[in-house]
Each structure stands twice: as C-alpha cells, then as structure tokens.
Write a protein that binds this ligand. Structure first.
Ligand code: ADP
Length: 251
C-alpha cells in the first residue's frame, strides 16, 4: 500500500507552504530555509534529513513555534499561525508540542520526577498535585523509567536521560513530538532503544517529527524528507523500515 493510500483518511496536523526563513544579523542575511512545502498527517512519523547547514534545525524550530518564518504559510491543526501573538504561540508550544534534544536538556541535581513535572507547572491551567503526579508516572511508564522517579537526573546514563527527556516531552499529552538528533549523544545500543520507544509512542498514536543526519536513525521513521541548501529535495516513504515489537524494546 502506498503512503498516500495509508494516509488518506487522517487529517493534516501541519501544513506548510513556501516556508522561508532568512536570518538577519546586523545586515548580513543568511537564507536558511526557502520554499518548503509539505504536510504532516496526524499519527505520522517523519524524519527530516540533510547535511549540516541544510536548514533542518531552522525548520524544526519554526514547526515547533520556537521561531517564526520570514515568509510562507504555516497552518497547525487547521489554524493559520501567521497572526498568532507571541503569547498564543507560547501556549501552543507548551500544550501541543513536546521537544526532545540531542543534549537532553534536563535540570541537573533535580529529580527525574521534578524534571518531568516542570512543563505541567508552567501551564496556566494548573492541575492538582495529585493529578500532576499521575501524569508524571504515566509518562515515566511509557519510557520504562518508573523505577528511576526519585533519582537525580545526573545519576542516569545517557540513554536513561534521553528516555526521561522523552517522558517530559510527553507529559502534557502533546499533538506532536519533535526530536532533534535524539540519538546524537548516545552509544548505538541506547540510541536504538530511544528509537524503539519513539516507534512505540507513534504506534500509540503520537505524531513524531525527527531531525537526524544518520540514515540508520531515519530508517526507524515511516517517511523521510531530505533537505539541501534550505530546500526540500525529496519526500519518500521508508521502504525497509527498521522496526521492533514492543517486547524487544529494552533488549
Ligand atoms: P542544520 O540543522 O541542517 O545543520 P541550520 O538550520 O542549523 O541547519 O542552519 C541552516 C543555515 O542557517 C546555515 O547556513 C546556518 O549557518 C544558518 N543559521 C542557523 N541559525 C542562524 C542564526 N541564528 N543566525 C544566522 N544564521 C543562522
């Protein structure tokens, strides 16, 4: 079955059209992304690939509302984001988007539990402590880390840190998880575990957008977008996807 046939009945979560970003540093202009058009259906697992400097991170920052495009359209969940105030973008970022970074970005000397609870405390719709606790433990269970809730983040291995970072990205039940080179700082075994966890989350219905320069990592996704010099140069389904069933995740 072709990707188009499989995706046919899912609504679009992301639609970008002719997206461009030019950085302007004291009059020096760098065109990082230009003329990028594609869509992402709910429930997809996409890898954005390309050499260093091809615009992957810039694109991800725009899609994740960490930055704005200089031109083009970005429709998220049916809403044109062009007119959104910075406040509204911050709210979307906190409620609808989860991030996983190469360097984990956990608070050191702070417990795993507190690291994951943090996004819940930022949200204006503060829930009761008990409710937050349940969400944190559910997120930890999703990444097989509930036994480490009381550990300090600096007492964990790299792979465990990244699993905690994934739990933090999940805790607000986001519409989409962006993972920027999530295996870049990991040994190959831990990297594969992280990719299997992302696949499990995708199987559970989460939309995932991964940025990577490694073909091996990208082959865990279902569809690969290739960037070059700021442009999208190909958009293809992954033919021989690397995939492991649930029971094998931590092997
Ligand atoms: P990638 O993630 O594929 O390595 P980037 O999106 O980081 O690519 O960068 C794309 C281009 O934009 C590069 O030429 C880079 O030097 C430039 N760039 C990225 N961030 C900035 C910035 N804040 N100011 C100026 N140029 C930038």
């Amino acid at each position: 079955m072709s990707r188009q046939a499989g995706r046919l009945f899912m609504p679009n979560l992301i639609e970008v059209k002719n997206l461009c970003k030019t950085y302007d540093n004291e009059g020096v202009q760098t065109r990082a992304v230009c003329g990028v058009t594609f869509d992402v259906k709910k429930g997809e697992f996409i890898a954005i690939m390309g050499p260093s400097g091809s615009g992957k991170s810039t694109l991800m920052q725009i899609l994740g509302f960490l930055d704005r495009p200089t031109d083009g359209d970005y429709v998220f969940d049916g809403k044109d984001t062009f007119q959104f105030t910075d406040d509204r973008l911050a709210k979307i970022r906190n409620r609808k988007v989860g991030f996983v970074f190469q360097a984990f970005n956990l608070l050191p000397r702070t417990s795993v539990f507190e690291n994951i609870e943090l996004p819940l405390l930022y949200d204006e719709k503060k829930e009761k402590k008990e409710e937050n606790g349940k969400k944190v433990m559910n997120a930890l269970r999703s990444v097989f880390m509930e036994h480490r809730a009381e550990y300090l983040s600096n007492q964990l291995s790299g792979g465990e840190k990244q699993r905690v970072a994934i739990a933090r990205a999940l805790v607000n039940d986001p519409e989409v998880i962006f993972a920027d080179e999530p295996t870049g700082n990991l040994d190959s075994k831990s990297g594969i575990q992280v990719m299997k966890i992302l696949q499990k989350l995708n199987d559970e219905g989460h939309t995932i957008i991964l940025v990577t320069h490694e073909t091996f990592t990208a082959e865990h996704a279902k569809r690969v977008l290739q960037m070059k010099d700021g442009a999208l140069v190909s958009d293809e389904p992954v033919k021989n996807r690397r995939y492991a069933k649930d029971g094998e995740i931590l092997k």
